[in-house]
Design a protein around this ligand. Structure first.
Ligand code: ATR
Length: 274
């Protein structure tokens, strides 16, 4: 039987992962099939186990099961432990289930390779303090920014993430506090507000001249945050599509040992979205 992979989540019908992995498989000549699995809170573990018992080789895990997947894994990588979330499950040769997290490295590749951004010595602002933000902090810290600031509607949640940023100057703020901040070189929007067309009110001048922004969500249209960034003179305005393809490429590499080219898949997905 062809090697089986899937994305598991809820909802999962609109996941782009099958599109992405089908293109990776085509491009690399890897023989695999990649589908979708919908689970609910009561049957996540059983759905994963049934998939593996049927010979499944690996899974991507999406909302809302990344923490459940972290609990389910028999062994976990350091980056999965840091994020306390797993987006990639790998069936090891000895039958154990390994949990990894490729979200952070996906973001980093998109920023630093696809968009040539240098983060070392820069001031970075992250908006939001939920699961999506938690997963990107370690790779950001590893780039040695001058300062990492996390702003969130609920400040205590941003404060709770500061221990994960050990090693760099960091602090947590409310959105109101941002008016007193010096400009940032990079602002990442990791709130889920982008998806609903809303955004926190941000002060003018928050983005440095020549600054860059990244919206972790993606869609056919620019988000309110991205439009704000254009008005503020941002030179680089990125959405989450590149990150999505890059995290998928890292998962594909973990499963197959082959690293696919991401640029043609990002372009294909962008065209499909349009
Ligand atoms: P995810 O896994 O996508 O990060 P989450 O853990 O529910 O989802 O986190 C959602 C994030 O978006 C949180 O930082 C949330 O702020 P709170 O911690 O104060 O709830 C933020 N968020 C959601 N809607 C928002 C809005 N309308 N304005 C500002 N922040 C919002």
């Amino acid at each position: 039987m062809t090697d089986q992979y899937a994305v598991i989540g809820n909802p999962v019908a609109h996941s782009r992962s099958p599109f992405i992995h089908a293109r990776f498989a085509e491009q690399t000549g890897e023989a695999l099939e990649y589908g979708r699995l919908e689970a609910n809170n009561d049957n996540f573990d059983a759905t994963v186990q049934a998939f593996l018992a049927d010979g499944g080789c690996g899974l991507n895990v999406t909302v809302p099961f990344k923490q459940e997947a972290w609990h389910l894994a028999d062994v976990r990588t350091a980056r999965a432990d840091h994020a306390a979330a797993v987006n990639t499950l790998i069936r090891l040769a000895d039958g154990r289930l390994e949990g990894d997290n490729t979200d952070g490295v996906g973001l980093l590749r998109d920023l630093t390779v696809n968009h040539d951004l240098v983060l070392r010595g820069k001031r970075i602002l992250v908006l939001g303090a939920g699961g999506a933000v938690r997963g990107i902090l370690l790779p950001l810290v590893e780039q040695l920014p001058l300062e990492l600031v996390i702003a969130n509607r609920t400040v205590s949640k941003a404060e709770g993430l500061l221990p994960l940023c050990h090693g760099v100057t960091r602090h947590a703020l409310s959105f109101q506090d941002l008016a007193a901040e010096r400009p940032f070189d990079l602002i990442i929007n990791g709130t889920s507000a982008g998806l609903s067309g809303e955004m926190p009110t941000l002060p003018d001048g928050l983005l440095a001249d020549g600054g860059a922004v990244q919206e972790m969500a993606y869609g056919a249209e620019r988000s309110a945050f991205q439009r704000w960034a254009v008005e503020q003179g941002a030179t680089t305005v990125i959405d989450g599509l590149g990150m999505l393809v890059e995290q998928a490429a890292e998962s594909f590499f973990l499963w197959r040992g082959v690293r696919p080219q991401t640029a043609p898949v990002i372009a294909a997905l962008r065209a499909d979205l349009a």
